[in-house]
Structure formats: structure tokens, C-alpha cells
Design a binder for this molecule. Sequence first.
Ligand code: GDP
Length: 414
Amino acid sequence: MSRDLKYTRNIGIAAHIDAGKTTTTERILYYAGVNHKIGEVHEGASTMDWMVQEAERGITITSAATTVNWNYRGDKYHINIIDTPGHVDFTVEVNRSLRVLDGLVFLFSAVDGVEPQSETNWRLANNYEVPRIGFVNKMDRSGADFLKVVKQVREMLGSHAVPLQLPIGSEDAFKGVVDLINNRGIVWNEHDKGMTFTEVPIPDDMADEVTEWREKLLEAVAEYDESLMEKFFDDPASITEREILNALRQATLDAKIVPMVCGSSFKNKGVQTMLDLVMELLPSPLDSAGVTGTNPNNGEEVTRKPDVKEPFAALAFKIATDPFVGRLCFIRVYSGNLDAGSYVYNTRSENKERISRIFQMHANKQNPINNIGAGDIGAVVGFKDIKTGDTLCDEKNPIILESMVFPDPVIGLA
Ligand code: GDP
């Protein structure tokens, strides 16, 4: 059965080392597990049991792509989190991961702001025109300054960073944010480790600042929607949350705006809100016009659309060894469908090989699946001859997706 691609997200989390990528990812895996369980009524273990177990065990991403499920406003989303190496030595690997993901959560430390590896990764992401949202982490630390980081993203990275929130309280007293889209305060609940939040009034002493930044937000998004622009001048109070989100989504997809939010993953604040915005603002595979490659028979350019009915085309982006299932090849499927047990053509080796099994890698289990379709990411077992960068496709409709010549990170500096 093919999944509705509208509810798929292939995202990466990029950051300078120490900004909190590991902590944030662990929070996501944890919430996704809890969130998923809440949606299932027949499970034996209660949510609390599960939370305690997972907290004791400590869940970490060990895989090149980890799949989580996320319930958002009544829909169930399927998120593949692609590992993007933070270290400067892995630029080739960063390129490879940027090639296969559709959107990025870009993490900054609220104290250190834009750091050298943020600059390198930001520019690599610019080369691939990857839509992104910014998450300013460590808001609980002394010296944390959300708006300073927003300014740095504008001035040092040359992007139109737009705050969607303003922090309530600072350092130890950081407890929530004003949500500028909905014009309300939110404080993350402690009893479920920040998985949910409580609405609070906007603090009186923030009223002027909130008015000013909400207006800036509305002005920025109104540029992407004419009717919103009219309302902005005639009757700003009539602008709805949905109108703001839709215009913001378009601006984010076009990489014209980088929406910025904040939190403290270590203190369980803000990660849930950020993840909800991933569903709202970052692209699904359907937002892509397709992938372009070369037909090896005649050198002509070919495009494959994100559709299971198109001929199969996938890129092998990471080879890894898993202690339980052995040698795994991680693939991003761009078009068509691949069944476990079937044969696939490799345009480099010019050989056909049989796929014995396909897996979706979760934080705590490897989930075998019967097939994998356009827009999805998974791990395949069975190859004898496979290299990262290989294109796997339908023999009758061959395509080479990538020559593994990557853009130079120095080119295109802002
Ligand atoms: P990574 O190198 O980006 O993966 O960063 P880690 O997640 O390993 O975090 C680096 C250090 O910062 C660790 O000691 C974390 O406990 C700490 N840390 C991460 N997030 C926060 C945060 O929101 N607040 C504070 N105070 N510390 C944090």
C-alpha cells in the first residue's frame, strides 16, 4: 500500500557541534514514541510505563535515517530524520545527506549564535536550496539571546530570518514563549516533559514588543499573498492563523523566509512546538517538481516525478552495518516502487541485484516492510556490489542521478 506523500517529511537537523543536536533528536524520538502510543488504545503498557522505560534506556539515533511517526492536528505523519554530520571534516557526507532530504531544522545555540560550522552547513544548504526553519536552543543558559541570533542569521548568513515566537523569561526563568502567529503565551508542561503546553496570557511587560514583532511577521508573510497584504492594511485583526501559516509555508518552501523559534531541549522546552512547525512549514516530497538525472544510453536529461507510477529511481546515500540485520544500504526513493524480493538495476555496475529485505529504521527497532515507494527513505539488504552515490532503477528506464561531484562550499558565499 502506498502512503499519502502529503504526510511524509524527510528532514535533517543541522548544527555546529555542541549546539544540542543529540539532545534535541533524543527529545524528538521520545515525544514521537509517546505521541504514537497515545494514538493507540490497545497497547498493554500505559504511556507512563513507556515513558519511564524509554527515559531509563536513553534513546539515541544510531542510524543514517531514523523513522518516527507524529500525530499532528488529527493526521498521522511519517518523518524520516536523516543524519547530517556536524563536523567540518564530513563535508562530503553533509552534501550527500542534503541531497536526499527535503527540509532542515537548523539548530543554533542561544549563547554562541552563528558558529563556523553553522556557516558552512548553511551555505551547503543554500546550494541545494533546502527550505529550513531555525531552532535557537539553550534558551535556559546565561547570556542566551534569541533576537541576537535572529539578527546574526540575517547579517552573517544573509537570510530573511523571521521570529515566530518571543521568549517568556530568561535563563533559569525561561518557561515559555509568546506565539506570534496566534498571539498567545504558551508554557510547556513539566509533567509530560514538555510534550504538551498550557496557554497563558501574554505578560503585560511584553505587550509592546509582541505588537512590534507580530507586525513584522505579518508584514513579512503578507508579501507572499496578495489578499493577506490587503487585510494587513485594511483589517489586520481579521487575518487568521491558517492564512499566516499558508503564506509562511510558501515563503519557507521558496527559501525566502527562515522562520525562527526557540527553546531548551535539555529543559524539555520548545522541541514539540518546533516539530509541529516541521509538519506545517517544511516540504513533503510532493512539493518537489521531481528529480533530474541522465539517461546513460543517450546522455539525455530525464526527470522523475514523486509518483509510485513512474519508473523506479533511487539514490544509495549511505552504506552501514547494523548489528541485527547486517549490511544495509540506505536509499532515497524518488519515483516508482520497489518490492522486497525483486530485482533492481544499478547504473554504475550495470548489474541487476536482488533485494532480499527492506527496512524502516526506528529508534528502538528495525521494521521490515514489503515495499518502499516514491518520496520515502529506507534501508535495503541484499546487495553484493553497492557504493554510496549509486543510482538504482528500472533496467528498461535507466537513469543516473548523481555523479557525486558536489558543489564547492566556498562558491556562492553570501
Ligand atoms: P551536539 O554536539 O550538537 O549533538 O550537542 P549535545 O546534544 O551533545 O549537547 C551538547 C551539550 O549541551 C551537552 O552537555 C548537553 O547537555 C548541553 N545542552 C543541550 N541542549 C541544551 C539546552 O537546551 N540547555 C542547556 N543548558 N544545555 C544543553
